[in-house]
Design a protein around this ligand. Structure first.
Ligand SMILES: [Mg+2]
Length: 396
């Protein structure tokens, strides 16, 4: 066989890392008086939702996504702490930099969870267990927090492995141990078998993954239809999906050349705001934060100037970026009175992953507005929804 065919059939080494009770653990780490206490992180108000629950409070049946009122009925002595997203992002960035020291093949699932394909790192760094153990130790050393690590030949098994080990899990599903690992598990553990499908499978007398694996495909088909083969493959522990590395962009920018040179500050600011909406929306959709804000201007004599500034903390907020971009533009306009602009642009650089694709509980109206605008823009195409000032641009 050729080398490439050989390579494709080589077993992969996939690691799934998931921080234990992430937001709650960060709070317990930062505020030692809450260690070993039942802690819930989330909104305390009437409509508040539990964003994270410490292991101490989970004993009472409290879990994330639960209404706060219900959580407090289950555990009235629970300590309720507000969400500090910027702090979690900071810790997350540290955790992800540990991941990227093992392999560039890192697929972030949320702030605190990722798949790593370390197949190509084995020769250099040792066995998958060696890499998994050093990931866990390094995360603990740098953040003071515990992670659960699952290791296996594919994503499905690696994620199950980290799940069953929680907290402080360390589970390696060896290639010859797949059946003994999977077979006793309840069928509900299989991805995609939800509330609708589960009772139908159970009606067939199938309660474990092992029973599903051995079931008659013809009988299964009546219940699972087209998905039968997919679920059978998972029951055998087969999952071909690749780890898709999130490749962060170096910069995100947008610029426009005006049909007629523009000198009215109001019009320029409206355009600037529309551009900031666009670039920060892209930033958020990719789970990134920016450290540097830049504007670009070109005058009628084709002189192009860029001005930039570095933020004290990375951000994805439209408001924060616009404030700084406006400052840069107003400064330039102040220094070049009555000079019309031929081109105006805004750029974001110093990008870093917020590794954030998962659940986020918004605590401010600003963020909620950013998200709503993003959703509208995704639905109707970029630029349809903007704040008040940018709306003025059509009127000139
Ligand atoms: Mg987690």
């Amino acid at each position: 066989m050729t080398a490439s065919a050989n390579f494709e059939t080589q077993p992969r080494a996939i690691i799934h890392v998931d921080m234990d009770a992430f937001y709650a653990s960060v709070e317990q780490h930062d505020q030692p008086k809450y260690r070993n206490q039942p802690v819930v992180v989330g909104g305390a108000g009437g409509r508040g939702v539990v964003a994270a629950a410490s292991y101490e409070v989970r004993k009472f049946g409290v879990h994330s996504a639960m209404p706060m009122t219900r959580a407090l009925r289950l555990c009235p002595q629970a300590v309720v702490l507000p969400v500090r997203m910027s702090r979690y992002r900071q810790v997350s960035a540290e955790v992800f930099s540990v991941f990227r020291e093992s392999t560039p093949q890192v697929e972030g699932l949320s702030l605190d969870e990722a798949f790593l394909d370390v197949s190509a790192s084995l020769a250099l760094l040792g066995s998958v267990e060696t890499i998994g153990a050093s990931l866990r130790a390094e995360i603990l050393k740098r953040t003071g927090l515990h992670a659960s690590v699952g290791m296996a030949q594919n994503k499905f098994l690696a994620k199950l492995a980290s799940d069953v080990g929680k907290p402080k899990g360390f589970v390696h599903v060896a290639d010859d141990g797949v059946r003994s690992f999977l077979d006793p598990m309840p069928v509900a553990r299989i991805w995609g078998i939800g509330k609708q499908t589960l009772p139908k499978i159970q009606k067939l007398g199938i309660l474990t993954i092992g029973q599903l694996r051995k079931a008659d495909p013809a009988v299964l088909k009546q219940v699972l239809g087209k998905r039968t083969e997919h679920f059978l493959a998972l029951a055998r522990g087969e999952d071909e999906r690749e780890v898709v590395a999130s490749r962060p962009e170096k910069s995100i920018s947008r610029e426009v050349t005006f049909e007629k040179d523009v000198s009215k500050p109001k019009v320029l600011l409206a355009e600037l705001q529309a551009q900031v909406e666009s670039v920060t929306g892209r930033l958020r959709s990719q789970g990134l934060l920016a450290r540097t804000v830049q504007i670009k201007v070109r005058d009628p004599r084709f002189r192009t100037v860029t001005r930039s500034l570095t933020l004290t903390a990375p951000t994805a907020s439209t408001q924060v970026v616009f404030k700084q971009a406006r400052r840069l533009l107003q400064k330039w306009l102040g220094e070049h009175l009555n000079t019309p602009l031929r081109l105006l642009g805004v750029g974001l650089a110093g990008l870093e992953s917020s590794a954030e694709q998962g659940v986020e509980i918004d605590t401010t109206k600003q963020k909620a507005l950013d998200k709503t605008l993003d959703a509208i823009n995704r639905r109707y195409g970029d630029g349809k929804a903007t704040r008040g000032l940018a709306m003025n641009i059509g009127k000139k």
